[in-house]
Structure formats: C-alpha cells, structure tokens
Design a protein around this ligand. Structure first.
Ligand SMILES: NC(=O)c1ccc[n+]([C@@H]2O[C@H](COP(=O)([O-])OP(=O)(O)OC[C@H]3O[C@@H](n4cnc5c(N)ncnc54)[C@H](OP(=O)(O)O)[C@@H]3O)[C@@H](O)[C@H]2O)c1
Length: 318
C-alpha cells in the first residue's frame, strides 16, 4: 500500500500487521498489548465479541490507535472466511505475524459447532488450521505463525491433566464423551494438535520452492500455567477459586507458572521474530525445548492435516 502523502510504501516505512486471536482476554490480550507498544505495528485483535474486544483495547496501556478489533468466531468456518475477507478489504500493512492463541477448555457438557464438530477440537485446532491456510497468501516474507499450545500436551511434564489421546482426527471431531476428565483430555489433545500442525506446516513449507512461502516460520508456544486467566471458566466455583487464588501462591515453588503479562511478553517476542529465524520449534518456560515424544509422530500429523483440509473444504497441498 502506498501512503498518499509521502508516496512511500508501507513496507518501506517498516509498518507491519499482527493478528492475535483471542486478543481480548488473558494471554492474547497481554500479547496484543505488547505488540501495540510499537507504533509501527498494526495489531488486529480478532475476537468473537467486538464490544468486549473494544473494551479490552481501551484497557491497554499507552496509545493504541494502531489496534483494530475485528469479529472472529473460530467455532464457525463462515466467520473465519468473513474475517479473512475483511482483513483483505482493510488493506492493512504487510502481515508479519499470525498469533493463533484463542482457545477454550470445556469440562461441562460437550458441545457441537454449527459445522458439526466437537467445539474444543474445532476452536483450538480446526478453526486455526483454516485461518492459517486462508491467510497464507497474505503473509509477508519471513512472517511468523505462532500456535499457543500447552505443557499439558506432554505427560512427562506431570501437569495433573489427563494424557492426550490422538486416535484419528475424524474420531476427535466427533468425540462427545461426557465428564470432566473427557473434557480435559479433549483439551490436552487439542494442544497436541497445535504442535502437530506447527511441525507439519514446517515440513510442507520447507519443501516449497516459492521463496515467500519457504521463508515463513511456524512455531508452537507453551505459556506455562497462568491461573489468572479465564480459561477455567467451565470449572465448578470451588475449582475456579483454587485456580484463581491458591495456584498463584505456588508460583514460588513451581517452575512453569507465570502471570499472563510475563507469558504474553514472551509470546509477543516469539511472534514478532525476536527469537531469531527459528521454525518448527516448541518454546516453553521462556526457551526452546523438546515437545512430548508423541508430538513428533508424523503419521498422526499427516492424518490431522489431511482430515482438517477435508473438514474445511480446502486442498491438502499448500
Ligand atoms: N491459562 C493457562 O494456564 C494456559 C496454559 C497453557 C496454555 N494456555 C493457552 O493459552 C491460550 C489463551 O488462553 P487464556 O489462558 O488466556 O484464557 P482466556 O482468558 O479464557 O482466553 C481465551 C481466549 O480465546 C477466545 N475464544 C474462545 N473461544 C473462541 C472462539 N470460538 N472464537 C474466537 N475466540 C475464542 C476467548 O474469547 P472470549 O473472551 O470471547 O471467550 C478468549 O479471548 C489458549 O490457547 C490456552 O489453551 C493457557
């Protein structure tokens, strides 16, 4: 885009755009706030309730006329497509980062999206899969896609959450088993799906000859336990009380427990390329590390990729 006053392109001015899903709350809010501190960044807060998004932006410190709120419901593929169209219509500066952060953990009655898929799988994984696939043509060279995963995907971390169980993507998309344990397992499995998707993207992009696509970077990020966010909203009142007020006291004794502000800053650094030209990596507790043994299973990653392409109606090949 050319600035009509100066005649200088946005790229030459160093302006760039970041999209943060779930930028209205918790980790996403903190990440968007940090990105917005740099006035050369345009930050798109993508959230399902625009009014809540605007109220959140008003709470950001400093000037934030470089922040735009746009509607996005990851449980609705139509909404995701409309979001992408709106971004294109708005002619934002080059897209430098897509932060796939929104997510939910439903331990109440399992629900189905209007597209017919189990909601945790649909929002945490499938919606972001479709969003990133649709936005690939819009990403600038060297842009970053960052998936917010979770240490709970890794049984070796002993987080107290049930071990993920990847069967097939078809089975996950239609798993409506009731109960808290099943709901928690769907969550940890969806966070494993985020890592499969990151690694599968990396393999596929590396095989492409087109320089822009080849240059894209895709990483997964574990923010650690952040008891202060709204993630536990479907838990019972006593469990929400423990999560909000007791768990933070353990911060002194536990190694991967952080405030949303600390993890949001780390996510913003990774998503804006400040960690260097890394791709296909997993970041936890502030540094690059190995993800779970299961997360390197390329057969599951392939099944997830191909089934997700079918479920979203887009070609499997990039
Ligand atoms: N909190 C933790 O301890 C922890 C640990 C590891 C990983 N994580 C991950 O961190 C990410 C952010 O979670 P958080 O802890 O910051 O919780 P949060 O405050 O509840 O934020 C979740 C965000 O996701 C959005 N969201 C949920 N469903 C959506 C949908 N259908 N469409 C669009 N947006 C949707 C929420 O929007 P609404 O406000 O409209 O509901 C909210 O903005 C998640 O991916 C989570 O898995 C959290």
């Amino acid at each position: 885009m050319i600035d009509v006053v100066t005649g200088i392109t946005e790229q030459a001015q160093g302006r760039r755009t970041f999209v943060v899903t779930g930028g209205n709350s918790g980790l996403g809010f903190e990440c968007a706030s940090v990105l917005a501190q740099d006035s050369s960044n345009v930050v798109v807060v993508a959230c399902r309730d625009v009014r809540q998004g605007e109220q959140a932006v008003a709470r950001m410190k400093g000037v934030h006329d470089n922040v735009t709120v746009l509607p996005l419901d990851l449980a609705d593929q139509g909404s995701i497509r409309r979001f992408v169209d709106t971004c294109r219509d708005r002619h934002f500066p080059p897209l430098a980062g897509l932060v796939c952060n929104a997510g939910g953990q439903n331990v109440a009655v399992p629900t189905k999206t209007r597209d017919g898929y189990e909601t945790t799988f649909a929002v945490n994984h499938l919606g972001h899969y479709l969003l990133t696939r649709l936005m690939l043509p819009d990403l600038a060279a060297d842009a970053q896609i960052t998936f917010t995963s979770s240490g709970t995907h890794d049984p070796a971390q002993r987080t107290g959450m049930p071990e993920p169980r990847y069967t097939t993507a078809q089975a996950l998309a239609h798993d409506f088993e009731p109960g808290m344990q099943a709901g928690q397992r769907r969550y940890t499995t969806s966070k494993l799906c985020n890592i499969y998707t990151s690694y599968e993207y990396t393999r596929r992009l590396a095989a492409l000859a087109e320089p822009r696509l080849h240059s894209l970077r895709v990483n997964a990020f574990d923010p650690g336990l952040m008891p202060a966010t709204a993630l536990a909203r479907t838990y019972s009142a006593p469990l929400r009380f423990i999560s909000r007020y007791i768990l933070p006291l353990l911060a002194l004794f536990m190694k991967n427990i952080h405030s949303p502000a600390t993890s949001g800053r780390r996510l913003a650094l990774l998503a804006s390329g400040s960690e260097g030209p890394t791709t296909g990596k997993y970041f936890s507790n502030g540094h690059e590390t190995r993800s779970s043994v299961a997360s390197y299973d390329t057969r599951n990653a392939l099944d997830l990729w191909e089934t997700s392409a079918e479920m979203t109606g887009i070609p499997s090949n990039l």
